[in-house]
Design a protein around this ligand. Sequence first.
Ligand SMILES: [Mg+2]
Length: 160
Amino acid sequence: MENVKPKMIVFDLDLTIWPFHVDQCMKPFQLDCLKKVKDVYGNEYSLFPEVLDALFKLSKENYILAVASRIEDITTAYLLLNFFNIAHYFTYIEIYPYNKSVHFKWLNLKSCIPYNQMVFYDDDVRNIRCVSKLGVHTLLVQSNIGLSYKLIQTFLNPDK
Ligand SMILES: [Mg+2]
């Protein structure tokens, strides 16, 4: 990457922020009295373990955070962002089932941040390929581990 400091960090949702596919879950999700997210059968759902910590630290470092997701059940995706109490971290949320270059064109139009000052984390190599063609710096997430603070540090502060 050129010596341009990133301003915006963009995240996929399924298998990056949380370890499941929203479109394949038994909905509706509910929030129980202990604030646990559960499906209709009572199975509990969580974020990947380091996501909360990573979002908190990145927001403290004043990065603009955003979501780019192709989930078809848009309403449930927003509901989960609220149930997991992470929606407030994201300045821009783009969720709709199109090629992700569309999401990034809108992120660029809404924020006026150039593509080369955006970083994108996603577990799907097809999304990584299409978004990197725009000039966004892309990083592939391992779908069994999800987003970790270490993965973020490796890119943002490689000397630490
Ligand atoms: Mg994904």
